[in-house]
Design a protein. Structure first.
Length: 453
């Protein structure tokens, strides 16, 4: 790959990329301002604003989105008459979870065993660095041949929809011929992959009340309805005996006919403990890309430490439901809420509240942009053919952009291969993947501009 001038330039820029990603990772930019200071996100947004300005972007702006966060926008003019490509990433990150589980501090980029560790290295601060590397490589080798827009979101991980609503209110801002979403990843490290489908999602909070207040479990237990026990029964109703998601009225028998995911490889990637079975039926690809899945994200109840012998009067849970392409998230939300209410036992009072939602996404893989990317990845990954895969996660903006700009081609690439362990402790990025994908993106922009593919 080094014989290619673009690849050689990217290789020479990798030390700078590491320095920049180190600076970005240091911002604790979790867009949950009840847990993390707003100033950390603001600092990351300013860093990106300065970086885009230094690269010659025009109209660099901090966008105040309706959910109270900020996205960063900039425009880099290309040759007259050239196509426009929108590059997307997000700078907000997941909380670090249990910091004691990290081998090194989560907000300090640390190199170890050939990988760079830190929250956001792969998801998705590294995606922004990928975009910058690609553009710098093109500038050093004849110039950027397209008009470029960059949008870096500040609340993607929270699912609060700020950028989606902003885009709907300002549809002219993000218009483009092609959109490259830098928030996906290769099927495995070293295997070039574009993500062609994303599951949608809905977040629902459920609350169950049974008593005016907690009661002594010895004096009242056995007859007094326990809200926590009721909640446990409701949550259990969302899964069949084999772990298949069972929301009343929601189909769960679709199949995935593309790239398959070997069971043993999935167990390894997911770090499933020996002797523990996988859940659900069908192939792994069916289960994670083509079918709905429910996850209990959190439960409000007394912690074990300090618990008292009490019958609980109230209990709450936050539930995530992922829905595959072809299933409307609005309808899935209605079905989930109805299921929770109908499966609440003992006449307990139940209330549900939707707190986040995003639609599923399916790309058109026959478009010129996909052919241009396939040719680019063949150079960046010699001897490897570009693969098409689904992704179980959600990027709600994709569907919004697809609706606003139905003629735009949308490609999803990125750094979140299985070893990256995004959303978990010890998240990391492979610098080799960052380098190769930056080369691929640069060559894609050149191929797409020339039509030589």
């Amino acid at each position: 790959m080094s014989s290619n001038p673009v690849a050689a330039t990217v290789a020479s820029l990798m030390p700078r990329a590491k320095e920049e990603l180190t600076e970005l990772v240091a911002f604790k930019s979790v867009a949950d301002f009840g847990q993390f200071p707003r100033g950390e996100s603001a600092g990351a947004a300013r860093w990106i604003t300065d970086a885009l300005t230094a690269e010659g972007f025009e109209d660099v702006t901090l966008l105040d989105t309706p959910d109270g966060t900020q996205s960063v926008y900039g425009r880099l003019p290309g040759p007259e008459g050239a196509k426009t490509v929108l590059l997307y990433a997000h700078y907000d990150v997941q909380p670090p979870l249990d910091e004691s589980g990290w081998t090194t501090p989560p907000f300090e980029l640390t190199e170890r065993d050939g990988r760079w560790y830190g929250r956001g290295t792969a998801d998705c601060k590294g995606g922004l660095i990928m975009h910058l590397l690609a553009l710098r490589a093109l500038k050093a080798n004849g110039g950027v041949p397209v008009h470029v827009k960059v949008i870096v979101e500040g609340s993607e991980e929270q699912g609060t929809g700020g950028l989606e609503r902003y885009a709907e209110e300002h549809p002219e801002l993000l218009t483009a011929d092609t959109i490259v979403i830098g928030d996906a990843g290769n099927f495995r490290a070293g295997l070039p992959t574009v993500t062609t489908t994303l599951r949608g999602m809905t977040l629902v909070r459920v609350r169950i009340d049974t008593l005016e207040g907690n009661l002594h479990s010895g004096q009242f237990g056995g007859a007094a309805p326990d809200a926590l026990a009721a909640l446990v029964r409701v949550l259990d109703s969302l899964r069949a005996e084999d772990g298949t998601t069972t929301v009343d009225g929601l189909s769960g028998d679709r199949v995935w006919d593309g790239l398959q995911y070997d069971d043993e490889q999935f167990r390894k990637d997911a770090h499933v403990l020996d002797g523990v079975e996988l859940t659900g039926s069908g192939t792994v690809a069916d289960r994670i890309w083509a079918r709905p899945s429910v996850t209990v994200l959190g439960i409000d109840c007394p912690p074990v430490v300090g618990a008292t012998p009490s019958v609980q009067a109230s209990a709450r849970a936050l539930i995530s439901l992922r829905v595959p392409p072809g299933v409307d998230s609005d309808e899935a939300t209605k079905l989930l809420r109805a299921h929770l209410e109908s499966h609440t036992p003992w006449g307990a009072r139940v209330s549900t509240e939707q707190i986040g939602q995003g639609q599923a996404f399916r790309a058109d893989t026959t478009s010129p942009a996909y052919r241009a990317m396939a040719d680019a990845m063949a150079v960046a990954y010699p001897g490897q053919e570009m693969q098409y895969a689904g992704q179980g996660g959600s990027i709600p903006l994709c569907n919004t952009l697809g609706t606003l700009y139905p003629k735009a081609e949308v490609l999803l690439i990125g750094l979140s291969e299985p070893e990256a362990r995004i959303h978990a402790v010890n998240e990391s990025v492979s610098p080799d993947e960052l380098e190769r994908l930056s080369v691929a993106e640069a060559l894609f922009l050149r191929n797409y501009a020339s039509g030589a593919h």
